[in-house]
Ligand binder design. Structure first.
Ligand code: GUN
Length: 299
């Protein structure tokens, strides 16, 4: 089998088009333009790239945005004071603190300091908890984007064996929750693998749907998957490439060459999951704006 490509760029564009129309309609009703406040701490080049993509998407769909660039020496107290100011502002709908943070700052503490009603990343324990019990919430953008891909390509999840590799708070854990819940999107039998999993292949080989979010290039090879598997590669890794002007290229967590020979569907890197994450952030920011006027939507 040779896999068909899941075109995240195309699906993300159609979602952004929808958000753009919804923003216009929202403002036609007399509401102010939705606004996303981004906070970057330090100068990590990866974070700068991601924030650039988020800013561009906001501009594309008509969501206002600004980025605070703070020194990596900032104290937890100072950072939380800034977050508090944004929590209290009625001009700001979404607050996003780009991760990772410098070592002296606790991501848990910083995320918990964000008003959960403005947590458009869906990382706050309140939102993760609501996700875990099938309540309306801000769903973490990457897993939510993957479910949009399933929907667009009519990939059935119900009753399948889904294997998630990587158990991060950002992707793996919420993805596993969404896959496994008996709600409208989930209903899959779900296995979570992580760095303590003893025999990874034993699990990946039986996956009907394989979601890989481990941050390790070439972790999954063709011999580790079965014929016809649907592969969602969340990894975005920079590897040295002397043929590229930048000196590196982006690869996922799967060995695309061998895995795509056996898969029925596969996401490319780049152009697969990445654009979906950003598109879902736009959706969540608009939702935050709506919830701020109609809070019963998110009760
Ligand atoms: N770092 C990597 N991905 C993300 C994301 O989706 N949100 C935030 N805030 N930080 C990240």
């Amino acid at each position: 089998m040779s896999a068909k490509l899941i075109d995240g760029k195309k699906v993300a564009e159609s979602i952004r088009n929808q958000v753009r129309e919804d923003v216009i309609q929202w403002m036609d009703y007399g509401n102010r333009r939705p606004y996303l406040q981004v906070i970057q701490i330090g100068t990590d080049p990866g974070s700068t790239t991601y924030i650039g993509a988020k800013t561009k998407a906001c501009q594309d769909v008509g969501i206002g945005t600004g980025t605070d660039r703070l020194p990596d020496t900032i104290s937890a107290k100072e950072l939380k004071q800034i977050v508090k100011k944004y929590n209290e502002s009625n001009q700001i709908d979404g607050i996003l603190v780009q991760l990772p943070l410098p070592n002296h700052l606790s991501a848990h503490d910083v995320i918990e300091s964000i008003d959960y009603r403005k947590d458009v990343d869906g990382f706050h324990p309140m939102n993760v908890g609501r996700l875990a019990v099938d309540q309306p919430t801000f769903r973490s953008c990457t897993p939510a984007g993957i479910f949009e891909l399933f929907k667009y390509y009519s990939i059935q999840v119900k009753s399948k064996h889904a294997v998630v590799v990587g158990a991060s708070n950002i992707v793996g854990s919420p993805m596993a929750i969404m896959l496994s819940r008996e709600n409208s999107t989930g209903k899959a039998t779900t296995t979570i693998c992580h760095k303590f999993t003893k025999d990874l292949t034993q699990h990946t080989i039986s996956a009907d749907i394989l979601v890989v979010a481990a941050g390790q290039p070439n972790l999954i090879k063709g011999e580790m998957v079965k014929e016809g598997v649907v592969v969602i590669d969340v990894g975005i890794n920079r590897v040295a490439d002397e043929n590229s002007d930048k000196g590196y290229k982006l690869v996922g967590d799967c060995d695309f060459e061998s895995v795509s020979k056996k898969a029925s569907w596969i996401t490319p890197v780049p152009g697969g999951v990445g654009p979906m994450t950003v598109a879902m952030l736009m959706k969540n920011t608009l939702l935050a704006a709506k919830n701020s006027i109609y809070p019963e939507n998110n009760k």
